[in-house]
Design a protein. Structure first.
Length: 252
């Protein structure tokens, strides 16, 4: 609960709500239960980090939240909308406007320049290419690129630079929900902090939320809450300043 302008409590708006969420890959003896009844809320205006050991279901969970994967059971709504009630075209349209996704593998298009890669969501949403590339160039500057790097191709960039391009692409169309899979894993400490400062600023804007999967304890300080995951379930959600500080001093 937070206080409204007149000082009375008001309900915190929820961007994402998952109740009993399940997802299984394969069938029979080969079936792998990636999500085993996940209960989680992501609030508007917050940066929620999702941590836990490799293979515990973190990437599967954010893929379901982002509409990349369909859930098998339970409920999951994003801004009160349910992907399982949408057609494929409706899901694609909803994601194009509302979701920004930073993939761990970057997924940059080799034949496009850095600025053109970042401009892709804007062009898909109907913006003219020239205007889209101009807007993309501005956000690339915010993540530390100069004019020469803006015109470079992905193969000319380091892994860390490619990761910054992927982050800029997720932010450029100002989505209401930004979902990131290990956004600072290839960045040095200083650049990682600059990127997280930018993402947290955007996440605290009205009607915007961030979910960040990470093993990088250097960035825990940027979290409003940290959800720990193990064996396909959320085991605890930490939101007290003292506990968040303690987690920042440990390796996950």
């Amino acid at each position: 609960m937070t206080a409204s302008n007149n000082g009375t409590p008001k309900q915190v708006e929820v961007a994402v709500r998952c109740d009993g969420l399940t997802k299984t890959f394969g069938t029979g003896n080969a079936a792998v239960k990636a999500l085993r009844g996940v209960d989680l809320e992501v609030r508007n205006g917050e940066l929620l980090m999702l941590v836990g050991p490799s293979g515990c279901g973190k990437t599967t969970l954010i893929s379901v939240i982002a509409g990349v994967l369909r859930r098998d059971g339970g409920d999951c709504t994003v801004f009160a909308q349910d992907y399982n009630r949408m057609s494929e075209d409706e899901t694609t349209s909803f994601r194009g406007v509302n979701i920004g996704f930073v993939f761990q593998a970057f997924n940059l298009i080799p034949s496009l320049t850095t600025a053109e890669n970042v401009a892709t969501p804007l062009i898909i949403n109907g913006m003219k290419p020239t205007a889209a590339v101009s807007q993309a160039s501005k956000i690339l500057v915010e993540v530390g690129f100069d004019d020469r790097m803006v015109r470079s191709f992905p193969q000319d960039l380091s892994g860390g630079q490619q990761q910054r391009v992927a982050i800029a692409r997720s932010l450029v169309h100002q989505p209401r929900l930004i979902v990131c899979d290990e956004p600072t894993s290839a960045l040095d400490g200083e650049t990682g902090h600059k990127v997280m400062e930018l993402m947290r600023r955007l996440g605290r804007a009205e009607n915007r939320a961030l979910v960040v999967v990470t093993h990088d304890s250097r960035i825990f300080e940027f979290a409003d809450r940290i959800a720990e995951m193990e064996d396909g379930r959320i085991t605890q959600v930490v939101d007290s300043p003292s506990k968040l500080k303690a987690m920042s001093n440990q390796v996950v």
